[in-house]
Design a protein around this ligand. Sequence first.
Ligand code: ZN
Length: 212
Amino acid sequence: MQSQSNFLSNPPVGAHQSFCMKSPAQSLAMRIREAFPPVSRPPDAELTVHGNDCFHCSALIDEFKDERGGTFSPEHARWLVGELSLLSPSGFRWALPSYLAAVIADDADQDLGEFLAYHFCGDPRADEAAEREARIRVLSEGQIDCLIQVLHLVRSNLGSVYFSDVDEAITYLKLRKTRLAEQAGAGHPATRPEPKSEGSDKPQPESEGRSR
Ligand SMILES: [Zn+2]
């Protein structure tokens, strides 16, 4: 019984953690559940950016036709790897907590986290940038903060070759969160039109990736 006594005097780290403390991923899973109260799934026509007129969007609608609850499984969330840009803002808000839970799951596919970061990278003046901004605008500060924390965890689990993408995504989200806080502090609704007097007709590559 040598092995058993070794186990008792030196329990594996995982077993110890499950008794005494939460891992970063477990704490984060709890934060996600708190920050994202389940919302109802948008109707098919409102789930994606292009609806059934588009081959890719209709594939997503078909894939999720039986998912009518507030959340779905990590296995199903894997289908969304590289496809987050197909989701409408309300579809994104519905799918995001399930996707984030899959990203931080113990047996997570690393692609899930990498593509989450890629989604928030790229030229802020490109066409997709406006859609990406619209997806962020449906989130609260606390929800954006969860996204940032998930990306920090992704970063700590990745090889250094991908750091720049994850860092770019984190920087982008932090700017969005700051702007949201400023708007809330000023009592402006998040959807207010940008005043022309700010010089929004001039390109401002260094400001913060403003898209209009
Ligand atoms: Zn589409």
